[in-house]
Design a protein around this ligand. Structure first.
Ligand code: UDP
Length: 236
């Protein structure tokens, strides 16, 4: 299947139409951004790693009963996915306190939660992705009660599957962001990516940073997290 026309360009991916109106091709870029687009850089090889890791996780989740957008990987950096209308919510699940949660609530980074924490933000860069609650989502008609329930149930289940899967590679899942989409038939499915750009990964024993936090925090070896996660999970 070939790319027809670019229909979208985001911070880390481009999307192309295909001759099948139900399918699009996602192309992952090496570009990295942080601080809501204020910091921009290039991390060589990131596009390939995020493409391959996302597809790996999507396949595992599908097997465990989570419907996803994944169809077929067609090159190192490109994948055919089902066309969906993205629900403008960034769903975040946290197992340990970090990042904006620690700042907002004054909780020490690394504090473990007895129960995973669920939250979402409105996906809107011009508003700085504000945190919103279920009632706001209903008032803004972003999703129905049933759709919200589905999103919440899938998100907790995805957390359990990923957490368990990553532990065999000595990777601790601190938190991550999910996006969901709606198919033409109105079905909610998991969309977007699952990668070191969208998850906080730490080494299980040493707490070494294995994700985009190296770039966000100007740490050395910005690409190390991507390469190390990729090699632990996919290079054997
Ligand atoms: N995250 C993301 N995109 C965003 C915001 C957050 O993928 O626009 C991910 C981030 O990588 C982390 C989790 O969501 O794994 C929680 O991020 P947090 O709310 O702590 O915000 P941050 O500290 O990244 O600004």
């Amino acid at each position: 299947m070939e790319k027809l026309k670019q229909i979208y360009e985001g911070k880390a991916k481009k999307v192309y139409s295909t001759k099948d109106e139900n399918l699009v091709i996602v192309s992952y870029k090496d570009q990295a951004t942080a601080l809501n687009g204020k910091k921009v850089g290039t991390i060589k090889g990131k596009g390939k790693i995020n493409n391959k890791l996302t597809n790996h996780f999507m396949k595992i989740l599908e097997k465990e009963g989570i419907p996803t957008q994944f169809v077929e990987e067609i090159s190192e950096t490109e994948t055919i996915v089902k066309k969906v209308e993205i629900i403008p919510l960034e769903v975040i699940i946290r197992n340990f306190a970090a990042g904006s949660f620690s700042k907002r609530y004054g909780v020490k980074e690394g504090t473990k939660f007895e129960n995973p924490c669920f939250e979402f933000s409105l996906k809107d860069d011009s508003l700085n992705d504000p945190l919103i609650n279920c009632s706001h989502v209903l008032a803004l008609k972003i999703a129905t009660k049933e759709e919200l329930n589905t999103i919440k149930n899938y998100s907790f289940k995805i957390n359990e599957i990923l957490k368990e899967h990553l532990l065999q590679y000595n990777i601790k899942l601190i938190d991550f962001k999910l996006e969901f989409g709606k198919t033409k038939e109105g079905k909610i499915i998991l969309a977007d990516e699952i990668s070191p750009d969208t998850c906080r990964f730490r080494d299980e024993k040493t707490n070494e940073v294995l994700d985009k936090d190296r770039f966000r925090k100007d740490m050395l070896n910005e690409n190390y997290g991507y390469e190390e996660t990729y090699s632990r999970i996919l290079k054997n």
